[in-house]
Design a protein around this ligand. Sequence first.
Ligand code: PGA
Length: 242
Amino acid sequence: MKRIIGNWKMHKTVQETADFLTHVLQRLSPEEVYLAVPFTAIKEAASHGIHVGSQNVSHEPEGPFTGEISARMVKEVGAEFAIIGHSERRHIFGETDDMIHRKILRAHAAGLKPLLCIGEREGEDREAVLHRQLERALKGLESSLVADMMIAYEPVWAIGTGKSASPEEAGDAHAYCRSIISSLYNAEIAAMIPLLYGGSVKSDNVQALLQQRDIQGALVGGASLDPDSFVKLVELSQSVVS
Ligand code: PGA
């Protein structure tokens, strides 16, 4: 089953989260809903029985890190997965490959499923960037941990721009990511990891993207904020057979 994961970024208060879910859960069951919400809305979202993620966790377990939030803290209030290394974290807030590697370890240790994001910026060599980001994020991780992750390929130039990668281009990039994981681990592990595409996914391109063999789902920002748009994406994704 192909899956849609919403990434709300810095949108929606607790009340707005409750209103969104009341609306959406009239048409979808909680098991069909995956949302990475702001920290403050995790508890509310989890109380509706959906799959809830945080959008970040600290690379440190605890301590004097003003403004940070730990993996254990978001797990405690109901998160089951955590987005790690989103391009907005890498490029606006200066997260390094080493921090991202440590965040994966922290998330896993707290019992959160890591959703690692990777992707090239406009003009960068896609394969070189994907290879470097995957190798550095996963270095030395046990295969059982890697097999329990999700990975999203999100070309930075496609995020929030309305300019998505073509299905073929995205399919090729995903196949390339799987080949890297296979070379770092093995083909069996690589086949177990859901690979998601992100970057301007909307109702008019979601099916073509999800029809690609190596794309198991989509990470959706803008189009996940409106309840009707989100429901439509989930319904369209469910009609994709591959
Ligand atoms: P977008 O964002 O769907 O608004 O392009 C995707 C993301 O940043 O995960």
